[in-house]
Design a protein around this ligand. Structure first.
Ligand code: ADP
Ligand code: ADP
Length: 225
């Protein structure tokens, strides 16, 4: 079935002057890997933010993982239970260690310190951190861009999300590191049967998804632009 259902979704900024989304219709099936492409300013990030309930729409309907986001009050709970978010600039907290960063999403749950640590370590291993004991104690500032993005993906996965939303996850990386991060995302998508929605402006990155949707002037067009 559809895990994401969006109909006639509208969102404007600046008191209506900027129409970021202008009647978006989009259905995404459970377990799909979808790329959202399109020119800068077309509404990609706004759409992703709506799906993750980081912002609310003005009009239309949006249902994600069975939750009606236009009606639900407890969006914090929705986000922490259903969504894993990977940002372009990873948003790791600089004065916490790698391990502590990955543990953040678990803090609000009733999980013992020992279980939090073993779940975080499990994900960091999945993200190819060799020599775990050393790297995980370091601050993210000591790591390369690709390593930081792997930490961010581990953090996004730690609460077993139903959907991973990735906004330009490879936008700040060189091409070799880009492919490594994509391969890890594809791996997780297959192994964990998670739905993956990725915003990218890079053609060769977007094409690796099962399906490409293009956003143009706040509207959806299936396939490449
Ligand atoms: P994309 O991700 O495709 O580059 P965005 O969704 O970031 O596009 O932006 C779509 C449009 O909405 C742009 O014109 C952008 O300037 C505007 N916009 C996005 N977020 C805001 C905001 N918080 N306040 C005002 N305008 C915004
Ligand atoms: P992207 O790399 O996806 O194009 P942007 O640089 O357009 O990202 O936007 C980054 C963030 O800034 C988004 O969360 C978006 O909502 C916000 N934003 C974009 N345009 C504006 C704007 N004109 N005014 C305020 N916030 C904006």
């Amino acid at each position: 079935g559809n895990i994401i259902e969006i109909h006639g979704l509208k969102k404007s900024y600046d008191k209506g002057k900027t129409k970021a989304l202008d009647g978006v219709n989009l259905e995404i099936q459970e377990g799909e890997f979808v790329s959202i492409m399109g020119p800068s300013g077309s509404g990609k990030s706004t759409l992703l933010n709506m799906i993750g309930a980081f912002d609310t729409a003005d009009e239309g309907s949006i249902s994600v993982a069975g939750i009606d986001l236009m009606k639900t009050k407890n969006l914090d709970q929705f986000r922490s239970e259903k969504i894993g978010f990977v940002f372009q600039l990873h948003n790791l907290i600089p004065n916490l260690s790698v391990l502590e960063n990955v543990e953040i999403p678990m803090l609000r749950k009733k999980i013992s310190t020992k279980d939090m640590e073993s779940r975080a370590m499990e994900l960091l291993e999945l993200m190819n951190f060799s020599d775990l004991s050393e790297k995980v104690k370091q601050k993210p500032t000591k790591l390369s861009g690709g390593e930081r993005q792997r930490v961010a993906i581990a953090r996004a996965l730690v609460n077993h999300p139903t959907i991973i939303l990735a906004d330009e996850p490879t936008g700040a990386l060189d091409s070799r590191t880009t492919q490594m991060i994509l391969d890890l995302l594809k791996d997780i998508h297959q192994k964990e049967n998670v739905t993956l929605v990725m915003v990218t402006h890079e053609q060769d990155v977007g094409e690796q998804a099962d399906r490409i949707v293009t956003v143009l002037d706040g509207k959806i067009k299936e396939g490449k632009a």
